[in-house]
Design a protein around this ligand. Structure first.
Ligand SMILES: *Cc1c(COP(=O)(O)O)cnc(C)c1O
Ligand SMILES: [Zn+2]
Length: 452
């Protein structure tokens, strides 16, 4: 087929490096590396032919194209052998019309991309399938890579552990002790990863994992490694494909380390380069106000960037003060007329609950994105007729403590406007009927049926 990709400095230094080389930073400037594709080769197939090929693969289970990521293999990682691919048929997550919430907000073309409906419950699976496949190929080539490691706010480690377990490759995960949810902690434990819980935050774990992997030939799986970005970039492509190759007006995404928004941008830019689309959506990055270095930089027109000490936030997967992909993300945001918004604890928790009342089951990060959407609608920046996609990054079931805390009114700095605690009653029909009548009257005063 002749499709080919390689690592190249994201800041533009000359030199190419094999994706099967253990290298994370540019040897010239120390900046991050991006994966580049031979776009001339990709252009030898027409836009229409690519669309037809990708559509056709939606309906197959043939290895490895049944995966949403590997269904776009030529654009993601063309040189890996199919036999080395480690996939659990990630991707193809549903993009659904949020009719009721949209109606409430006055934006009728509102859609939610449920990236949390995935094997380990977050979009991190999309990147991890690529990274672990490349490592499997390197090991097959005889490279001595004893293990793969990552620092994580919970979801990266769950994905790494699952894909490594599927491939029988040792995984080591570094977690900030007490700062990930119980569900996130138990995932890598169940998948038999070596789980190291360190008394620090994510940024502290990141520092240590970089030092450990620099020495021991252990492969680093954090998103500074752009192989993950390649897998994650299929989200933007998939959204457009799900709209029959039409580009939405806005995509709202919660961001922390800034790998995912960089990936989203790269996928859409590649589509434009290859002629599948002719315009770009606008991107909105949503941050927690407790961990908002991108937002602060945005306020300076990206002139100034300062890492911060991230404070504790309910949106724990984006509690990051020193995002590794800052430069990549700013490059993307400039091309997509990007906006950055932030949400307080109160705003994100109530936004998630408001979504839940319309049938969703939002993780706190999705709450951050919804809160940002509410603000942009209020400001009139997003217009009622616009088509808007909100990226839901993880499954709400991973964040039971957040949900329980909300509905029992126990979250710090949150006034739970939509709390719906269970009503505890003795097993007495009379009291049960009274309670039902009272609650229906209180909750739905206008639709109350006449007493019989
Ligand atoms: C990782 C993660 C994010 C943030 O993605 P970045 O690439 O770090 O910006 C958002 N939400 C969830 C649920 C995540 O796991
Ligand atoms: Zn460089």
């Amino acid at each position: 087929m002749g499709y080919h990709s390689w690592f190249q400095c994201a800041r533009g230094c000359p030199g190419r490096h094999s994706i099967y080389e253990v290298i994370y930073r540019c040897p010239t400037c120390g900046g991050l590396l991006d994966v580049h594709h031979d776009e001339e080769a990709l252009k030898s197939r027409s836009a229409a032919a690519w669309m037809q090929l990708f559509d056709q693969r939606l309906h197959t289970n043939a290895w490895p194209y049944g995966s949403g990521v590997w269904g776009k293999k030529e654009w993601v990682c063309p040189s890996v052998d199919d036999s080395n691919i480690v996939s659990m048929y990630e991707g193809h997550s549903n993009l659904f019309w949020a009719e009721r919430l949209g109606k409430e907000l006055g934006v009728s073309d509102l859609w939610i991309k449920l990236c949390g409906n995935s094997h380990t419950g977050s979009f991190k699976d999309l990147g991890m399938t690529v990274l672990v496949s490349v490592v499997r190929q390197m090991r097959a080539m005889g490279k001595a890579i004893p293990a793969i490691a990552c620092a994580s706010t919970g979801d990266t480690s769950a994905a790494l552990a699952a894909y490594c377990a599927a491939a029988d490759i040792p995984a080591i995960v570094f977690l900030p002790r007490g700062k990930v949810s119980a569900a996130q902690l138990i995932q890598p434990i169940a998948n038999n990863a070596l789980v190291l819980a360190l008394d620090t935050d994510f940024d502290g774990c990141m520092k240590i994992v970089q030092e450990v992997t620099a020495r021991e030939n252990i492969y680093l799986a954090n998103s500074m490694n752009s192989l993950r970005i390649e897998g994650q970039k299929t989200v933007g492509i998939e959204i457009v494909q799900q709209f029959d190759w039409e580009v939405p007006d806005w995509i709202v995404i919660p961001v922390g380390n800034l790998g995912n928004v960089s990936a989203l941008g790269r996928g859409l830019l590649l589509m434009r380069e290859l002629g599948l689309i002719s315009r770009l959506p606008r991107l909105v990055c949503a941050q927690s106000a407790k961990a908002n270095p991108l937002y602060l930089s945005y306020l300076t027109g990206f002139q100034d960037f300062r890492p911060i000490q991230a404070q504790t936030t309910l949106a724990s997967a984006i509690q990051i003060g020193n995002p590794v992909s800052y430069e990549r993300a700013v490059k993307v945001l400039r091309q997509f007329e990007g906006i950055v918004e932030q949400a307080t604890e109160d705003e994100l928790a109530n936004a998630a609950a408001r979504g839940d009342r319309t049938g969703m089951y939002c993780c706190p990060h999705t709450g951050v994105a919804l809160a940002a959407l509410f603000k942009l609608l209020e400001r009139g920046e997003i217009k009622p007729q616009d088509r808007v996609v909100v990226i839901s990054t993880a499954h709400g079931l991973k964040f039971t403590d957040f949900k329980v805390g909300y509905h029992t009114g126990k979250l710090d700095e949150v006034s739970a406007r939509y709390a719906n605690p269970p009503i505890e009653l003795p097993p007495d029909v009379g009291q049960v009927r009274d309670a039902i009548a009272r609650e229906l009257d209180r909750r739905y005063p206008q639709t109350r049926p006449e007493k019989v």
